[in-house]
Design a protein around this ligand. Structure first.
Ligand code: SF4
Length: 274
């Protein structure tokens, strides 16, 4: 069974953090579409389209370090507006967050919170200097204590080593999330990193996570086109059981119709709920 999930970047760019893999950081000056708040009606229409494209989850993503009061109010408003019109699970991805603010999200109908650890604790200072890995881990713990379902994974191909993958995996084990997104770095000429991933490496990472997390949903997330081209089902055959459909945060994804056609042709069943 394959789970489909769609994301909406409801606030894009203008982030003061310096994550080296992210085009939304002001530090790197990447040429992306930047806006403070996507209109609520547009978000609802995107959720309707996601549902039509068989997505079981719809993720409201905001750029920036964390869930401050203004962001919290906006995400709650967006969540309620979507749920008013669309039968879909709401996921929020809004950076570091306190238990109290996560409880407010839950009250607004959010079921799942995505917060990736990104990479190992040891390697993290090499990819971000403005906040710590420990803060990320603490947010993941807050998600669980707030009673939300946790989705937490990482991004690969940033120059990290195999030891870093294992260290990340062991940290994720402590959190035992229900969903684990595996992202593969998408290069941009303004970013200071060059991608170090390839197809074989991606397959090994997916297998390693599947072997260690029998009961979690392993999602082939950003960058799958970079490592697999349109042969993303190779990643599903070795253990991933979810994909993001449609566009990513600041880059275009495949057309959902095309992905669904490939899945059906290869005999994969698409899940109706998660
Ligand atoms: S905190 Fe989030 S939005 Fe900001 S630079 Fe890092 S990954 Fe990008």
């Amino acid at each position: 069974m394959i789970y489909l999930c769609a994301i909406s970047n409801i606030r894009s760019g203008a982030c003061k953090e310096d994550c080296k893999f992210c085009t939304q950081s002001v530090k790197w000056g990447a040429d992306i579409n930047r806006y403070k708040e996507k209109d609520i009606k547009t978000i609802v229409n995107e959720a309707k389209l996601a549902k039509k494209n068989k997505a079981v989850g719809f993720c409201l993503v905001t750029s920036g370090k964390g869930l401050d009061d203004k962001t919290l109010e906006y995400v709650c408003r967006a969540s309620k507006a979507v749920l008013n019109e669309v039968d879909i699970k709401i996921i929020a991805c809004n950076g570091t967050a306190s238990k109290e603010s996560l409880i407010e999200l839950k009250k607004a109908g959010v079921e799942i919170y995505n917060h990736n650890l990104e990479t190992s604790r040891e390697y993290y200072p090499k990819i971000c200097s403005t906040h710590s890995w420990d803060e990320r881990f603490e947010t993941c713990e807050n998600v669980k204590s707030a009673g939300l379902r946790l989705c937490s994974g990482g991004i690969f191909g940033l120059g990290e080593s195999e030891e870093d993958w294992i260290s990340l995996l062991n940290s994720i084990k402590k959190l035992n999330p229900e969903g684990i997104p595996l992202n593969f770095f998408i290069e941009n000429e303004k970013l200071p990193l060059k991608a170090t991933h390839n197809r074989q490496m991606a397959l090994e990472i997916i297998k390693m996570f599947r072997e260690n997390f029998k009961n979690s949903i392993i999602m082939l997330a950003g960058g799958r086109e970079k490592v697999f081209g349109n042969k993303f089902t190779e990643g599903l055959k070795v253990g991933a059981d979810a994909i993001i459909i449609g566009d990513y945060l600041t880059t275009k994804g495949e057309k959902p119709d095309k992905d669904i056609e490939i899945l059906k042709k290869e005999g994969f069943k698409i899940a109706n709920e998660c």
